[in-house]
Design a protein. Sequence first.
Length: 387
Amino acid sequence: MPDAFSKKAGYQQYFGKAHDMVRRSVKEFMDKEVVPFVDDWEEAGEFPRSLYKKAGDVGILGTGYPEAYGGIPGDIFFQIAVCEELMRPGSGGLAAGLGSLNIALPPIVRRGTPEQKERFVRPVLAGDRIAALAVTEPGGGSDVANIQTTAVRKGGHYVVNGSKTFITSGVRADQITCAVRTGEAGSHGISFLIIEADTPGYSVSEKLKKTGWWASDTAEIFFDGCRVPVENLLGEENKGFYTIMENFQSERLQLAVMANMTSQLALEASLEYVKEREAFGKKLKGFQVLRHKLVDMATEVEASREFTYRVAAKIDTGLDQIKEISMAKNFACQVSDRATYDAVQIFGGYGYMRGALVERLYRDNRILSIGGGTTEIMKEIISKFIL
Ligand SMILES: Cc1cc2nc3c(=O)[nH]c(=O)nc-3n(C[C@H](O)[C@H](O)[C@H](O)COP(=O)(O)OP(=O)(O)OC[C@H]3O[C@@H](n4cnc5c(N)ncnc54)[C@H](O)[C@@H]3O)c2cc1C
């Protein structure tokens, strides 16, 4: 957008030259290290562990984190640019798996002691350790205040019993940022512990088989008398519910960005296809009904992306955007639901075939309106603000 416009209309450019440089370097990394292999990783159900180290070495994992722990600080749009480029090869699972630190580390960065940050943030940003967030339990994910995994303090340890499920990067995680019950029933009895995977009493299920996000490993995690040192308590005891809610804001932003990229990729693939594919002696783009479908898709993607960026900019200035980020996530997911459905329709039978990008986008997309708070939970939150 020209500068004159910025000045006249107060238009805020979200991405500047520095963001573009970061975006270009992530794209180069993805083109070299991911794109040639991603289809095989999708089929195999995981990407190589060494990718974390490679991504750590070039600063991808550290973008947006404090320099003191090996990060490269910057405003929220640096992380958005990275997230968009992680999504560009069209594997939501790869983006979710490589990016699981972005839901696991923020509570440690915000509430951790300097020692905890040194031990649990620095090596993750470097790609030497894998971090996951563990909140959801087999008994329920939406009702976060009802967490059942217990942590009872005995001397210098918390003894943890219970289980967590659907944990992204859970199979390979070296550490989890884990919500546990340390106190009374309800939201005032929840704390966070950082639990290391080699702690006795900690075990992990087989990789869970999923509709989409195949390249990310998802696990159930069990705690059987798992003894966690009290030094691993994150923040204050029984104040963890607030930390969960705080963390949801950035997780929902990431999911909105992922949904917008999913829509963008579905749109781009469809635009290419209608220019090549013929039916009844003419290109598909010659059919007005398909052109209009694409126009609706393009319009919705642009509106959703702008709204998400706007909310992100407000979050970055410190404004409370709980209602707005819930709206942005829901809106982005509605758009990506339609875009992925329509893209498969435009591709016809080929869109239903494994190996077609739009087929994977269609599968990967389904989780976005479930993870990080479902559509219904977002609506419950929004309703509290507007009613
Ligand atoms: C691939 C994948 C990766 C995930 N990664 C992680 C992770 O890394 N860490 C983590 O902690 N969790 C993770 N999750 C869990 C995810 O956050 C939960 O699945 C989600 O929060 C929903 O919880 P649930 O599945 O238990 O559904 P439930 O809470 O059982 O909800 C079932 C249905 O009831 C509806 N519902 C529930 N309560 C209400 C209400 N009050 N009003 C209206 N409707 C309601 C829901 O919207 C939903 O439609 C992941 C899930 C998946 C599938």
